[in-house]
Design a protein around this ligand. Structure first.
Ligand code: 1GP
Length: 255
């Protein structure tokens, strides 16, 4: 089923409009910091909240989603690492197939377990080719998934991986340096993937300055995802919202 969330993303992509996603990890965000982030997002628009993490160590995910949904109209997308992380309170799910890896469990196995539950749920499904990129140290995502990330300086491998994912029918691509990456995915890799596929491209991991966000947007990211830096310094959300807004305004003015 095609979904309104996907349609909106795809329309924005067609018009060259970028989006901001804030990743809220239930292990790191409590109600106080979440409230602060929600208040900031009222004045500095955020397009999506992603909720999840490679390892959810507590049972706060459901409470966190309830908290967001009761206070904000921003769509919540699950960013799951496991079939157990489904929650109908969210608006949609990034149904990730870890195409940078060769672990069948994360390519299709978890999905088989989740499929009947997803069919019953009201979640909008966004089939996503998820590509982990080596950004200098082993991330939780690559450890937990038991996969080798894409080499940092091999944009061609990333482009072919994304191309294969698109040919298999995946509707979004997500290039991720992993949470708290030492440095973000290289612009050259973002550019190569951008040129290789038509579908919207999400980029995250290690974006902790305005310059890094601008570089990702200029290279072709349609959605940038910020987690750690907003957890550390919630006011960074305002910087990111402004950066995306300015980018979108400059596109409109030059068209
Ligand atoms: C991680 O892409 C996200 O999966 C966001 O990364 O926490 O480093 O911003 P950061």
């Amino acid at each position: 089923r095609l979904t309104s969330l996907y349609d909106a993303l795809s329309k924005r992509r067609t018009h060259g409009q970028k989006s901001l996603a804030v990743l809220l990890d239930p292990d790191n965000v409590d109600e106080v910091s979440c409230q602060q982030i929600l208040e900031l997002s009222e004045q500095h628009p955020v397009d999506y909240f992603f909720v999840g993490g490679s390892l959810v160590m507590n049972s706060r995910q459901a409470a966190l989603i309830r908290f967001i949904k009761s206070r904000s109209a921003v769509p919540v997308l699950l960013f799951p690492s496991h079939s157990l992380h489904l929650d109908d309170q969210a608006d949609g799910i990034l149904l990730l197939s870890l195409i940078s890896g060769r672990n069948p469990d994360f390519l299709i196995g978890q999905h088989v377990i989740a499929a009947p539950l997803l069919r019953q749920s009201s979640l909008q499904i966004l089939p996503t080719g998820y590509m982990l990129v080596d950004t200098g140290r082993q991330t939780t995502a690559s450890y937990i998934s038991g996969t080798t990330p894409l080499p940092y300086d091999k944009p061609g491998i990333a482009a072919c991986t994304a191309m294969a994912g698109e040919q298999l029918g995946l509707r979004l691509m997500y290039l991720d340096g992993g949470s708290g990456a030492l440095y973000p995915v290289a612009p050259a890799m973002i550019r190569a993937v951008r040129q290789a596929v038509e579908v919207p491209l999400i980029v995250g991991g290690g974006i902790n300055t305005i310059e890094k966000a601008q570089a990702a947007l200029q290279a072709g990211a349609d959605v940038i995802v910020i987690g750690n830096q907003i957890e550390k310094e919630p006011a960074f959300l305002a910087d990111m919202a402004r950066t995306v807004h300015q980018f979108n305004q400059s596109r409109i003015l030059t068209e």
